[in-house]
Structure formats: C-alpha cells, structure tokens
Design a protein around this ligand. Sequence first.
Ligand SMILES: *[C@@H]1O[C@H](CO)[C@@H](O)[C@H](O)[C@H]1NC(C)=O
Ligand SMILES: *[C@@H]1O[C@H](CO)[C@@H](O)[C@H](O)[C@H]1NC(C)=O
Length: 327
Amino acid sequence: MKLLAIFSTVLLAVAASSNEEQWIAFKQTHGKTYKSLLEERTRFGIFQNNLKKIKEHNARYDKGEETYFLGVTRFADLTPEEFGDFLRRQIKNKPRLHATPTVFPEDLEVPDSIDWTEKGAVLDIKNQLDCGSCWAFSTTGALEGQNAILNNVKIALSEQQLLDCSYTYGNGDCEEGGQMSNAFEYVTDYGIEAEESYPYKGKDTECQYNASKTILKIKGYKNVNASEEELRKAVGTIGPISIAMHANPFQLYIGGIYKGQGCTHELNHGVLVVGYGEVYKSSGKTKFWRVKNSWGSNWGENGYFRIKRDANNLCGIADDPSYPVLY
Ligand SMILES: *[C@@H]1O[C@H](CO)[C@@H](O)[C@H](O)[C@H]1NC(C)=O
Ligand SMILES: *[C@@H]1O[C@H](CO)[C@@H](O)[C@H](O)[C@H]1NC(C)=O
C-alpha cells in the first residue's frame, strides 16, 4: 500500500509538473547549490536526461515489465559515470589476516524469512553525504545490530572515528574508500565511540578518538563464505550482515525488487543486509534480500532497498559478507 502510494505520487509529479518545477523542487529538497550558472545549466541538462529515463522505466514497470521503479533521488543531477565515481569502496587493502570463516552446524534451523528492522536490531537510516565512507556505515550497522541483539543496547556508533582513525588498517579518506574488514580489525584493537560523542561530518578530519569514551569493544570479526545460501544462514541466525556489492544501477532507485541488468561483481559499495523474504504476485513469487543503505531516508524504500535473492548472486551481494564478534 505504502509503496503504491509513493509510486502514484511520483507518477503524478512526473505528469503534472514541468521539468523546471521538478528541478526547483529537487534543488530545494536536497539543498543543492551550484558554483556557476553554467554548472547549473549542465546539471539541469543531466537532470532532464534522468527524468526521461525515469519516465521510460516506470512506464515499463506499469506494464509489468520491470520489478522496481525509479524516481528523483538526490543523485538525479549526476550522470551514471559521475555516480560511478561516487561509489568508491575499493582500495588496495591489506590481506584479511584475522578473518575466520563461519562454520554453520549441519542441523542449523534457518527461518524462511526475517527482518531485523522489526526486531529492533537496526537503527535509523544515516547519510554518508558526498564522501566515500559507505564501508564505515556498513561497519557501524553490523556493530549496532550485534550490540542490540546480544546486549540489548541501541546506540548509534561513530563512522567518523572509523573514517578518521583506521588509516593504518588500510582504509582511505572520502576519496579513496575503505573496507569493512579493515574497520572491524581497527575496532577489535581500539573499540568504538558513540555517534553522539564522535559525530559524522562527511569529510576527513584528524583522528580525535578518546579511549575513555569507548562504548563498544569487540573480540574480532568473521567472514561468511561467498554464497547466497551461506548469507541466508548468517542473516537468518546471526543478525544484520555487512556486505559489498555493485551499486551502479541504484542511482535512481526508489522502490520495488531490483532484478535488472547492468549489475556486475565489481564491488563498489558497502551496505548492510537486514533481512530476506519473498513476495507473492499472480505472476509468481519473488525472493528478495532487504538491505539498509546509507544515502539518507529519502532514497529508496525509506532508505532501504530490496534486490532479487537466489538470482545468481546478483550484484555480488554474497561475494563478501562479514560481521563482528562481540565479547
Ligand atoms: C568455504 O569455502 C571454501 C572454498 O570453497 C571451502 O573449502 C570451505 O570448506 C568453506 N567453508 C565453510 C564453512 O563452508
Ligand atoms: C576524553 O574523555 C574524557 C571523558 O569524557 C574527558 O574527561 C577527557 O577530557 C577527554 N580527553 C580529551 C583529550 O579530550
């Protein structure tokens, strides 16, 4: 119902208002300002290309030819190439010396569906802003999840600390990106502060970690073997799991279950799988993963997205799962 409502609002907006009106609304919603008139004109041109793409895609969705729909997200003034530049998780990283793979028992009972957001294990959607820090948000998401599940403590944790302080663990700045495994190793050695004591700025600053403000320490972290079945066991029985994926097709995503073409296994975005399930329609059932993103709550399905599950590891969703081990 909610999705339908959102979708019709988008359709109405696309039909009823001119490109100029939508441009003004877009700039207002996302606080966009441009350096010069020329820059603004260029951006408006790109925006209009994206509007066209959205309209054409959603017309196909209307006819049942697509399973997800598009809209004006905060990335609607970027070309696909520029959006690709924004996704920059990969850096040369140190070998993961301390990761151990998860061995699940043969008789493990795994639920058919699960949604950790309904179990209070997922905190509010955050926004990485214009910084390649997705990996830090994926890391805190998994830490917050285990802290909520095992300790019943719901405290937002500091991405800024990871961004500022885990450089020697192989993580980069806003331009370079980083890796969740490196961040977990850093947190294993140092612990992590709360969001409140070390707030997010969206840019690199000098490390201001204060050990006496550490709010969570961990024993280490584990990997999950790269398969959707292993990932399902992990999400089904452990909690929200950090993963990396290819996210280029999600620039204008606002809802539905992504199963489009255009995804590769070039992992360039760190996110958090928070659940899985399936939906039933007259055309059959579709299995999905539910994933928490860090692009604000006005992107996607209130900050989340769904992607087809058991579809040959679409977008590399199960290529690189990991999670922290608490004391
Ligand atoms: C993980 O995958 C490797 C390589 O395929 C395999 O040797 C190992 O047994 C697997 N481990 C688990 C826990 O499934
Ligand atoms: C570190 O945190 C403690 C406790 O909040 C505070 O008393 C101390 O002044 C802080 N140290 C620095 C260098 O900011």
